[in-house]
Ligand binder design. Structure first.
Ligand SMILES: [Zn+2]
Length: 108
């Protein structure tokens, strides 16, 4: 059995029952800039750029997961709102990190 480590991004994340692969990549170029993360709802994969500060990386993973949740639950307006995704991602990551008892309760 593989051991899981909280320090490493999981290679797979199930979002609304859909098995996504999670890949770390050096960069995600777009329109002359770079993205921190990206999700593909059809290939069921997400890319996370390396080199981000740890909390930022976690918020990026949550941001892409939230895009997936919004997509698979038909919340297309929400899915397209980067501002909502960012606000929810950062808030959820900090909520879960600050409340291990809550995480244990929710996942029991
Ligand atoms: Zn986004």
């Amino acid at each position: 059995m593989a051991t899981s480590s909280a320090k490493v991004i999981p290679e797979n994340v199930t979002i609304c029952g859909y098995p996504y692969s999670v890949n770390k990549v050096e960069s995600i170029p777009v329109n002359g800039g770079e993205l921190c993360g990206e999700i593909d709802y059809f290939k069921l994969s997400m890319q996370i750029a390396t080199g981000q500060p740890p909390l930022h990386e976690r918020a990026t993973v949550m941001h892409e997961i939230l895009h997936g949740i919004a997509n698979h639950t038909g919340q297309i307006k929400l899915r397209k709102s980067e501002a909502y995704m960012d606000a929810l991602a950062y808030s959820l990551v900090t909520l879960l990190r600050a409340n291990p008892d809550l995480v244990a309760y929710l996942t029991d």
